[in-house]
Design a protein around this ligand. Structure first.
Ligand SMILES: Nc1ncnc2c1ncn2[C@@H]1O[C@H](COP(=O)(O)OP(=O)(O)O)[C@@H](O)[C@H]1O
Ligand SMILES: [Mg+2]
Length: 386
């Protein structure tokens, strides 16, 4: 078992690409930490550095408080599972799982014990004599996991291990992997671009963003899934975590008789703003408000904050997503799945109960619990919070 510390880690490739800049975080012994972010944000590079497959340009990597920055991959006692987990097609499941141990000259009897234990845990016992070609995708993925498990490493490093599976199997496997982590208690660093996978699997989730010129770090926030959702550190995290994504609107803040009022830029929509000290300091300026789709509520017309024609309604059964435009400039969040823009308008999405599903072009009066709004600095994107 192991703790892992990333201390100011940076990686610039010879061609000048800055893949990772100034990343610092610690993974506790037994913890399951997920690295999540869009393609190109440096997830695989970070994992490969942890494995020792990629050298660092700056910073240190510690395992159990020992500096392993210069340690060879084979001496780090970690097991890696990739998206493309090539199994040996001519070997049985048993032989595939035993192979790494044989290479390490583990005694035959010990190998047998380790392989059978892992097979039991992964529900593969009855397939031990089969070849990979005669297994389903999920079973093959479990064999790949088995190869890692039999080594009883100090830590698992997994790079999008479920990406090749179909949606249903992915959901099942993510539950199984999580259970495995709880049973084995092995420290796990897990990479995915899928925020739902990150949220459902991680004890904590590290949100990464591609590094741009002058930006100091890819690491935007590392916290529990609930904290990322409730208190995103900035616009990027707010827009990345949650599906559909958080809506962002520009709001002019004005002090009026000792309290604050917000007016949505360009739209004739204004509302009282329950503000603490941090937000009050923005009086007289434009800020960005964040509204999660689930924060909207249908209401009588006279109480409506928004009362727009519905452009699209997507009925998913349990919920309906309704999309509508407000005449306000859109907010673009770097690379995040932000509210998409439509003819210079800001398109918002609300999640409502299916019974309320409107017909297209019908108006839908909606209100928002103003206490729950998220607020962001329009220049830095940093959350405004007391
Ligand atoms: N060997 C390499 N040489 C140059 N650039 C690379 C190399 N490997 C990765 N990169 C670049 O580094 C950045 C991070 O890549 P990567 O860690 O693979 O991201 P992710 O896994 O999050 O998609 C990307 O811009 C990628 O193009
Ligand atoms: Mg990758």
């Amino acid at each position: 078992m192991a703790s892992m510390t990333f201390d100011g880690i940076g990686k610039t490739f010879p061609d000048g690409t800055v893949a990772v800049a100034n990343v610092s975080f610690a993974v506790a012994d037994g913890e399951f930490v997920v690295l999540v972010g869009p393609s190109g944000c440096g997830k695989s590079t970070l994992l490969r550095m942890a494995a020792g497959l990629e050298m660092l340009n700056s910073g240190r990597l510690l395992m159990n408080n020992t500096d392993v920055t210069e340690t060879e991959p084979q001496d780090r006692d970690i097991a890696m599972v990739f998206q493309n987990y090539a199994l040996y097609p001519h070997m049985t499941v048993y032989e595939n799982m035993a192979f790494g141990l044989q290479q390490r000259k583990t005694p035959k009897r010990k190998i047998d014990e380790l392989v059978r234990d892992a097979a039991e845990m992964l529900d593969l016992t009855r397939y031990l004599e089969r070849k990979p070609g005669a297994l389903s995708g999920g079973q093959r993925q479990r064999v790949a996991m088995g190869r890692a498990i039999v080594r009883h490493p100090m830590a698992f490093l997994m790079d999008e291990p479920l990406s090749n599976l179909d949606a249903k199997l992915r959901v099942q496997m993510r539950g199984e992997l999580k259970l495995l982590n709880q049973r084995l208690g092995t420290t796990t660093l897990y990479v995915t671009h899928d925020q739902v996978e990150a949220m459902t699997m991680g004890d904590r989730v590290a949100v990464l963003k591609p590094v741009f010129n002058g930006q100091d770090s890819n690491l935007q926030q590392i916290d529990t899934p609930q904290m990322l959702y409730d208190q995103p550190a900035n616009l990027f995290v707010a827009g990345f975590i949650g599906s559909p994504a958080m809506n962002f609107v520009r709001v002019e803040l004005n002090a009026e008789a000792g309290s604050l009022r917000g007016a949505i830029t360009g739209a004739e929509i204004s509302f009282p703003v329950p503000a603490g000290a941090a937000l009050s300091a923005y009086a007289g300026r434009q800020v960005i408000a964040g509204i999660r789709p689930e924060m909207f509520q249908a209401c009588p017309e006279r109480e409506a904050l928004f009362n727009e024609q519905i452009a699209v309604a997507e009925a998913l059964g349990a919920d309906t997503f309704v999309f509508f435009d407000i005449p306000s400039p859109p907010v673009n969040v770097n690379d995040a799945e932000d509210s998409f823009t439509h003819k210079g308008k800001n398109r918002l999405v609300a999640r409502i109960p299916p019974a309320l599903t409107p017909t297209p072009n019908q108006r839908l009066p909606l209100t928002v619990d103003l206490e729950k709004l998220h607020w962001f600095d329009p220049t830095t994107g940093v959350a405004i919070r007391d």
